[in-house]
Design a protein around this ligand. Structure first.
Ligand SMILES: NC(=O)c1ccc[n+]([C@@H]2O[C@H](COP(=O)([O-])OP(=O)(O)OC[C@H]3O[C@@H](n4cnc5c(N)ncnc54)[C@H](OP(=O)(O)O)[C@@H]3O)[C@@H](O)[C@H]2O)c1
Length: 521
């Protein structure tokens, strides 16, 4: 992982640009949503902040007829909508747009790759032709074809002095077998080290900060174990329903959409051992080790440790919502889960016996992602008589989004003549500390891919280990339709069974709190 230290770097100025090789980014799927919404805005901002290599090109590849000029015009219009800084700086855009080129073709057509090869050859015989980042913003079913074709025409090589890399988006398969097949296709013509699998969660500042927070602060790290931690809660809640993504969601469900990737990534960063260095392989080795130490789930365990749910009609903050089964492109008797809660155990020296609770769902009362480390309570001897149940165990909450920050909850004496103790909070807010500079996840990820640093990308064995966990849960659910206890009204925190899951060990879910509101209290 590249550490940016200077304030100028932290503020987005003066990157490592001089160290970055000249290269060409080839985007397959250049006329699609991801390109317009994320990729081009991210590249524009990197350019604006002087972080792109001194010399670079972007070639967009897709079927639709376009010229360089019409593609640039479309992307400029999209930037008005999707840029994180407004208004768009026209001078910067004009300079950036000079580097954008469009290559029209069908990716099943050999001739299209010849055209691409010729276009790249037009950039000379140096690094702009040789150093290539292939961004596959297309369906995973098309990855194999593209990788084979670019290899066949000499654009992707396993060896050589120049570099070629492939960036792919989730979903990385829909189960272990399909992920293994996809990985085989990707690595047929490229080494694993050339494959950069994006989980945009890892591009978030707050998620990267988990490692910095844990391993650069001795006060917390020495509490980070079974001696001090009672349990951990990871919540990724969404206020939105599936909306017009019903077709996709019917194939995915909350487990595949959120848990297999984002949530297990967050869990591995929270619970992993310190890596021997910040090198990509060292960090990823520890993440895989952690995933492998999650206790395996038999179908019987799934019944006891995993709760799924599906929303029925209700209202989120007064806004009426249809039930999942009434959503467009959803089967009227669908059993797909829109909510899942898990109780996982990590069978290693540090975490033995500590429950890790994960939950995610749609149409919940709030959109928030956070990790709550709940410490063990003190012996209830000194203040029990006076304070009773008001005495809270300490908790540390890492808010990943929104209101990014960290807060520590501990007990304090209420001023006055009585011995009243109540929970108080210490609160760090990213906004207050660092201002509003929050680069989009894709900016960091694209920059790391150009630099060839794979720390923030998912390695093959990580994906496959995570799928093993998800597959075991799906096996436990097989041929079991949802029961009444597994439905929840839109606008609530999931089915009652999710509360029961924690109640088994005397725990309760903590609702994410609005940190901004807390700061003003
Ligand atoms: N959109 C997001 O925010 C997002 C987020 C995470 C992951 N993803 C993943 O990223 C990938 C792309 O998503 P998207 O939303 O951008 O999809 P999209 O809007 O449907 O775009 C698909 C792109 O693929 C191109 N394409 C399809 N078949 C082609 C062919 N035979 N030859 C050449 N080009 C072809 C399309 O070009 P033409 O139509 O011009 O042929 C279009 O540019 C998907 O795997 C998706 O799951 C997307």
């Amino acid at each position: 992982m590249r550490i940016l230290n200077s304030p100028a770097q932290a503020n987005g100025g003066n990157g490592d640009r001089k160290n970055l090789d000249a290269c060409t980014i080839v985007i397959f799927g250049a006329s699609g949503d991801l390109t317009a919404r994320k990729l081009i805005p991210a590249l524009y901002h990197l350019f604006k902040e002087n972080q792109m290599p001194a010399d670079f090109r972007v070639v967009g590849f897709a079927r639709r007829e376009k010229t360089d000029a019409s593609w640039r015009t479309e992307l400029r219009a999209a930037l008005d909508q999707f840029s994180r800084t407004k208004p768009v700086d026209e001078k910067v855009w004009a300079a950036f747009a000079n580097n954008l080129f469009y290559c029209q073709g069908d990716l099943t057509d050999d001739a299209a790759y010849k055209k691409l090869e010729t276009q790249l050859a037009g950039f000379g015989s140096g690094p702009l032709r040789e150093n290539l980042l292939f961004y596959l913003a297309i369906s995973p079913s098309q990855f194999g074809e593209v990788v084979e074709q670019v290899h066949r025409c000499g654009l992707l090589n396993k060896e050589g002095s120049a570099w070629q890399r492939i960036v792919v988006e989730k979903p990385f398969g829909h189960d272990l077998a399909s992920a293994q097949e996809l990985n085989r296709e990707l690595t047929r013509y490229a080494h694993e080290q050339q494959v950069f699998r994006i989980d945009h969660y890892l591009g978030k500042e707050t998620v990267q900060n988990i490692l910095m927070f844990r391993f650069s602060n001795s006060i917390f790290e020495r509490l980070w174990n079974r001696e001090s931690v009672d349990h951990v809660q990871i919540t990724v809640s969404e206020k939105i329903g599936v909306g017009d993504r019903g077709g996709y969601y019917e194939e995915a469900g909350a487990l595949r959409d959120m848990v297999q990737n984002h949530m297990l990534q967050v869990l591995s960063l929270i619970a992993m051992e310190p890596p021997v260095s910040l090198e990509a392989e060292a960090v990823r080795d520890e993440k895989v080790k952690l995933l492998k130490s999650i206790r395996e789930l038999s179908p019987a365990d799934v019944g006891k440790q995993i709760v799924r749910g599906q929303y029925f009609a209700g209202a989120v903050n007064g806004d009426p919502r249809p039930g999942y089964r009434q959503e467009v492109k959803v089967k009227p008797d669908s059993n797909v889960e829109t909510f899942v809660a898990l109780k996982l155990f990590i069978d290693n020296w540090r975490w033995s016996g500590v429950p890790f609770y994960l939950r995610t769902g749609k149409n919940l009362p709030q959109s928030a992602s956070e990790v709550r480390i709940q410490f063990r309570p003190t012996p209830n001897v000194l203040f029990a008589a006076q304070c009773g149940s008001q005495l809270d165990a300490n908790a540390l909450t890492l808010r990943l989004q929104p209101d990014e920050g960290i807060y520590l909850r501990f007990n304090g004496k209420v001023p006055g003549t009585t011995i009243d103790v109540r929970p108080v909070r210490m609160h760090f807010s990213y906004d207050a500390e660092f201002g509003a500079y929050t680069p989009e996840a894709y900016e960091r990820l694209l920059l790391e891919a150009i630099a060839g640093d794979a720390t923030l990308f998912i390695r093959r064995d990580e994906v496959e280990t995570a799928w093993k966990i998800a597959d075991a849960i799906r096996t436990g659910w097989e041929r079991k339709p949802l029961t009444n206890r597994e439905f929840y009204a839109a606008g609530t925190w999931g089915p009652i069974a999710a509360d029961d899951l924690l109640a088994q060990l005397g725990h309760t879910w903590h609702e994410p709190q609005l940190l901004k509101k807390l700061a003003n209290q």
